[in-house]
Ligand binder design. Structure first.
Ligand SMILES: *Cc1c(COP(=O)(O)O)cnc(C)c1O
Length: 380
């Protein structure tokens, strides 16, 4: 049997990406603007619907940074952030000289816990430090508790920055993820559900806010014949070459979501009779997940030598990549001094959770190799 590496999530081209990239060369639009950038924005706006306005940027991290600026976050402010996430959700808070306040997860969606969120807001307000924004994340493409978070956001009038970097193609009650927050964020990094090799986007509710994002992303140039600046700018626009890849990827987005969801079904099947393992799945039919990554929880059993780490190592020996869930930010050396509200839900998920190969391009042979490791590990 072929023993080549099976990746967690690798780029998967549809075919037309080269066509758009070639067109960029043929027309000499080799710059961080051009027809592919405009075209990708239109494609995303059509896909997301709901009146979304999209600005294509150099990364999802850049989109979070600009999103916080657009929400008025300044040095000395506090910003609430889901603790269990990728560090890129939280880093831009620090870029701005603001302070992160981390919140635990709940067990249904693994995302920001509404109870801990409200407790944190009440306590921060009592301390005279009302948070400026809430960063909520759809981890692994499973939507957070949209309605509960919206109620809290409205009640305390604190805007939501919706980190939808992992959730393009996911939806809640038929509405696309990315369109729920006051600002939405997408990522097209190499390992995401679609890629531009590296890139991201900001999703806003009005053309004015999108134009404002693009203004900041192109060095905040005032309307003048010379270079004139009244505000600090950034170089965050997407390259027209990268956007060409994105246009090709948009043509296969729905097909790739379907294939990721098939990988999730494969794991549900595979672990069906293995009591120690729970496959992470949406709580009910209101939620539609792209299942960017399929993830499981392993109940540790020291008598049988079963735990998350042992399973990860069994995969590694077979040259199959798997990875523990995101390590919560409040446990990260770089963030551990900041406030945290919650218990040990995120921490326990981190200890027992594992992400499994989930790409839309995995083959039957690769699935067979994964199944073989699982069966022999659990002694089936
Ligand atoms: C990937 C990711 C980001 C950052 O996106 P980049 O395009 O890599 O900068 C932010 N948040 C989450 C949750 C992510 O998974």
């Amino acid at each position: 049997m072929n023993n080549s590496k099976i990746w967690l999530s690798s780029p998967h081209m549809g075919g037309n990406e080269r066509h758009y990239v070639q067109e960029a060369f043929d027309t000499n639009w080799v710059a961080p603007l051009g027809p592919n950038v405009n075209g990708l924005e239109k494609d995303l706006e059509n896909y997301l619907g709901n009146g979304a306005h999209v600005g294509a940027l150099s990364s999802g991290t850049a989109a979070i940074h600009l999103g916080l600026i657009l929400l008025g976050v300044q040095a000395g402010d506090e910003v609430i952030c889901q603790s269990m996430t990728f560090s890129a959700s939280a880093n831009p808070i620090l870029y701005l000289g603001a302070t992160p306040v981390f919140i635990d997860s709940e067990e249904e969606t693994w995302n920001i816990c509404p109870i801990a969120l409200e407790a944190a807001i009440v306590d921060r307000i009592a301390k005279g430090r009302k948070p400026k924004a809430i960063i909520a994340v759809h981890l692994y493409g499973v939507p957070y508790q949209i309605e509960a978070i919206k109620v809290i956001s409205d009640k305390y009038e604190i805007p939501v920055l919706e980190d939808s970097a992992e959730a393009l193609g996911s939806s809640y009650k038929g509405q696309q993820c990315g369109t729920f927050g006051d600002i939405g964020v997408l990522s097209f990094n190499g390992n995401k559900i679609i890629t531009t090799s590296g890139g991201g986007a900001i999703v806003t509710k009005s053309k004015d806010i999108k134009d404002r994002a693009v203004f900041y992303a192109t060095q905040s140039r005032d309307d003048a014949p010379h270079y004139q600046h009244s505000e600090i700018g950034y170089n965050y626009r997407m390259s027209n070459i990268c956007a060409g890849i994105g246009r090709g990827q948009m043509e296969v987005l729905d097909a790739h979501v379907a294939l990721r969801r098939k990988m999730h079904d494969f794991y549900v099947d595979l672990f069906q009779d293995i009591d120690a393992v729970t496959v992470f799945s949406v709580p009910n039919d209101d939620y539609f997940a792209n299942y960017w990554l399929s993830a499981i929880l392993v109940a540790p059993d020291s008598d049988k030598g079963i735990d998350r780490e042992a399973l990860r190592q069994a995969f590694e020996v077979a040259n199959i990549e798997s990875r523990p869930l995101w390590k919560p930010m409040h446990l990260q050396p770089v963030f551990e001094s900041y406030p945290y509200y919650g218990t040990k839900v995120a921490e326990t998920l981190f200890e027992n959770g594992l992400c499994l190969p989930s790409g839309s391009n995995l083959t039957d042979e690769e699935r067979a190799r994964i199944a073989e490791v699982v069966r022999s590990f659990f002694g089936e």
